[in-house]
Structures are given as structure tokens and as C-alpha cells.
Design a protein around this ligand. Structure first.
Ligand code: ATP
Length: 434
């Protein structure tokens, strides 16, 4: 780790505070290279917000482990550089860092951003840039610009803070939109009135950050958020962008509160005409209390949303959410079943994420059977392999498959217990010519 002293605001190059920034060596290298070239380099985004919050003792939130001694070395680092006066490009910078560290980079020309992957973590790097929106809810056009424009295009004042660093190990907070004041006042505030119209995903982000940080939404921002919803802007978002926001929400610790607020503000009604029933929140509560988060919770959410077949979700997610939707039909058969092999046959086709979710949501007999399947039945195998059967004279083909299946069911139902009884069963099955 390289230490970077934090220079207090308004005092150029002297009077450092005693609080230090600690950067992984690769970030420090990046600062040196950019400074040597005559460019500027900034830490930006949520890590600056979280660091300032933790430094002032305001919020010990999930990500503020950067506070007193170093952000997790494996964390992502969000860095913006201004290379306009250097005659160099972002790609040249990434190439140089990778040359010196052995890292790998990818570059996205359209957004002037890139990622350097290093053994110690990831550096997300962008050129400071201005954005212009060709229309509401359309992805912006970007062009290289200074830090002022770069911070001005961001969503909320508390996310529009930067820390500038130089090769002398000095650093200073760049706060052009009152982000530090809003951190103190615990407010989420947009930077300009058209913000939610330019990008309605900020409606989701606004609610998500307010809940996560325990902040109020500033009154003017709340008014503009509701106006944007009332005026139908969420409906302009592509399914892909809405689903991305829902994925982010599912990763939040307070996911239930975020979704309650999203529903209260009619945001999903605005996107997809979706208003959940009370049992949705009851189930969600049960799932979150059981520690279900992230991908599993997202699959549950999908199973309740009116998603169309062409929506961009993975095949696994599609299968799992469909299994959840279809489960009420299967539940009756599972309840009536008597044999362990029947439980197996009914549950085997269900994707694992769906089974995990159902185990939490169900009760009594059904829950017991789901748990039995997950704990024991799904891993049971006969001792005899297909190779053993071929060596005993059975030809590869449909009969072999049927015999293996019968062996498995017999094993599940405990009708055979060892290799010998399996061999006897195979002989009987062959005689019957199954
Ligand atoms: P965390 O990673 O802790 O969830 P974050 O603030 O880093 O929080 P990201 O979604 O990674 O969240 O965004 C990084 C930064 O990019 C934000 O802090 C914000 O400045 C900017 N940003 C992200 N999405 C938008 C958006 N839709 N509109 C404007 N600025 C955005």
C-alpha cells in the first residue's frame, strides 16, 4: 500500500490532515504515470462517498471498510483521468500500466472507459467526460472533458465527489456540487432538475441509495422523482436497464425496504404496469430473513414480474423462474407421492436455485420433501456404473438407460443396498427384458 495524505479543502499544497488514503501499489503507479505525463487523476464514485462518510463517522455502511486502514485489497477502484493536455490516450495509459504490472485491460471506446484486471483487484478507469442526452431515457453521447463536467453528469451530489491525487502523494477533495454538505445533512439530491428525465434509472438508484445509507431524499428531488414517474418516464426504459436496476436492488442488504419504497413510488407500475400483491412482500420477508440475496432473490423476483420471453435474462434464470411459477401444480403431486423415487422424479427436473427458494417458502410435508431431496436424494447413485453393465454383457442403447434408471429408483427406495443386490436386480430386469 502507498500512503496518500488527504489535503484539506481550500488549502493548496500545505496543511495536510493526519488522515491518509491508502492505495494499492498499482493505483499509486497510475497516479505517478499520469502525473508524469502532465495529466490529472482522481478517485471517483461510491468509494469516495463511502470513505468520506466513514471518515466523518456518519455511516458504518457495508462498503466503508476503507475507513481507517485501507479498503479491501481485492476491491474495485474507480479512477478518472484527464489526459487532454498530455497528448496521450486512455488506451496508452492502460497499456503502460499493464506493461509495468502484468495486468490485462479492456477498453470501451463508446464510453471512454476501461477496466484493468490485476491480481490484487480491478481498476475501473475512465477519461473525465461530458455527457449529452439525445432524448429521455436514451444512453448518452460522451466526449472527453474536465473533472467539472465529469462530476456534473453524475446522479447525486454525494456521488459527485472526487479526490484528486498527485505524484507527490498529496490529495484533495473536489466537491463542486455540495456533496459533503449533503453527506452531513444525510440527503440524496440530484444535481440538475432534468436528471430523472435524462436517465430514469436514477429513480431506482435514488431510492436504493437513500435506503442503503439511511438518508432522506431531499424534498425538491423527491418532487421531481414523483413527477417523472407520474409523467411516464420509467416506461421509456428498456427491459435490460430495468432488470439491471433490479439486480442491483437484490444485492442490497435492505432489499425489502428498497422494494417496498420502489413499489410505494409506483416505479415498477410505471415500467411494466406491475403492482405486487401483499403475499409478495410476505414471501420476500421470509426469503430475506433466511438470508436469500443476490441472484436467488432476483430469480424469485423474476417469477413474480410480468417478464416477456424476449427479456434479457439467462437461460438458467429463465428456467428457474418458470419452475417457481409452475410449482403450485407440482406441489399437489409431491404431497400425494409416497416413494422417495417419486419425490426424486418430480424434483429432479427443477433447477437448483428454484429448489433452494422453494425450500424456504414452503412448509410442512412439502418442505420436508424438498429438503430431503436437496440433502440426500439428489446425490444418490447406484454402485454399478454404465461401464459395469456393459461389461456384464448389456449392449449400449435404450435398454441400458432403462436398467440404470430402475437401479437408481431401487437405490432411492432402499430396495437395493449394495453391489450384490444391484447385480441381482439387473439380472431380474434383463429376464423381464425391460
Ligand atoms: P456502489 O458501488 O457502492 O453501489 P457506486 O456509487 O460506486 O456505489 P456505481 O453504480 O458503481 O455505484 O456507480 C459509480 C458512480 O458512477 C456513481 O457514484 C455515480 O457517480 C456514477 N453513476 C452511476 N450510474 C449513474 C447514472 N445512472 N447516472 C449518473 N451517474 C451515475
Amino acid at each position: 500500500m502507498n500512503r496518500f495524505a488527504l489535503l484539506t479543502r481550500g488549502r493548496p499544497n500545505q496543511d495536510f490532515t493526519c488522515l491518509d488514503l491508502e492505495l494499492p501499489a498499482e493505483c499509486a503507479l497510475l497516479v505517478r504515470v499520469v502525473s508524469d505525463w502532465g495529466g490529472r487523476v482522481f478517485l471517483v464514485g461510491g468509494l469516495v462517498r463511502d470513505w468520506l462518510l466513514a471518515r466523518s463517522g456518519l455511516v458504518p455502511n457495508r462498503d466503508s471498510n476503507w475507513a481507517g486502514g485501507g479498503r479491501d485489497a481485492k476491491s474495485d477502484w474507480d479512477i478518472a483521468v484527464d489526459l487532454r493536455k498530455t497528448g496521450k490516450t486512455l488506451v496508452q495509459l492502460m497499456r503502460e500500466i499493464c506493461r509495468q504490472t502484468g495486468g490485462r485491460y479492456v477498453f470501451y471506446q463508446r464510453f471512454l472507459t476501461g477496466t484493468i484486471t490485476l491480481p490484487a483487484g480491478r481498476i475501473d478507469i475512465s477519461h473525465t467526460r461530458a455527457e449529452s442526452y439525445p432524448g429521455p431515457a436514451v444512453l448518452p453521447k460522451v466526449q472527453a472533458a474536465g473533472i467539472e463536467e465529469d462530476l456534473g453528469r453524475r446522479d447525486f451530489t454525494v456521488n459527485a465527489l472526487a479526490i484528486e491525487m498527485n505524484a507527490q502523494g498529496q490529495s484533495r477533495v473536489v466537491d463542486l456540487y455540495g456533496g459533503q454538505k449533503d453527506l452531513q445533512a444525510r440527503l440524496i439530491r440530484i444535481i440538475h432538475p432534468g436528471s430523472f428525465i435524462d436517465d430514469p434509472t436514477r429513480i431506482f438508484r435514488c431510492i436504493r441509495f437513500a435506503v442503503r445509507l439511511g438518508f432522506e431524499i431531499e424534498s425538491g428531488t423527491a418532487y421531481l422523482l414523483r413527477t417523472a414517474v407520474k409523467d411516464g418516464y420509467p416506461a421509456l426504459l428498456t427491459p435490460e436497464r430495468v432488470l439491471y436496476e433490479l439486480r442491483c436492488i437484490c444485492n442490497e442488504t435492505e432489499v425489502l425496504k428498497v422494494l417496498e419504497a420502489v413499489v410505494k413510488e409506483s416505479v415498477l407500475k410505471g415500467c411494466w404496469q406491475w403492482q405486487p400483491s401483499q403475499d409478495f412482500f410476505t414471501e420476500l420477508k421470509v426469503l430475506t430473513q433466511a438470508g436469500i440475496r443476490g441472484e436467488l432473490l432476483f430469480i424469485y423476483l423474476l417469477s413474480r414480474l410480468p417478464i416477456a420471453p424476449n427479456y434479457p435474462v439467462t437461460r438458467e434464470e429463465q428456467r428457474a423462474q418458470q419452475a417457481l411459477r409452475d410449482f403450485p401444480l407440482l406441489a399437489g403431486r409431491l404431497r400425494r407421492a409416497r416413494r422417495r423415487s417419486t419425490f426424486y422424479r418430480l424434483l429432479k427436473p427443477l433447477p437448483l436455485p428454484a429448489l433452494k427458494i422453494l425450500t424456504v417458502l414452503t412448509e410442512g410435508l412439502i418442505k420436508n420433501r424438498l429438503e430431503l431431496f436437496l440433502r440426500e436424494l439428489k446425490d444418490i447413485k447406484p454402485e454399478l456404473s454404465s461401464q459395469d453393465l456393459i461389461e456384464s454383457g448389456i449392449k449400449p442403447g435404450p435398454q441400458l438407460g432403462r436398467i440404470l434408471e430402475q437401479l437408481l429408483y431401487a437405490r432411492l427406495d432402499r430396495r437395493v443396498k449394495n453391489r450384490d443386490s444391484e447385480l441381482r436386480l439387473v439380472r431380474r430386469l434383463r429376464r423381464k427384458d425391460v
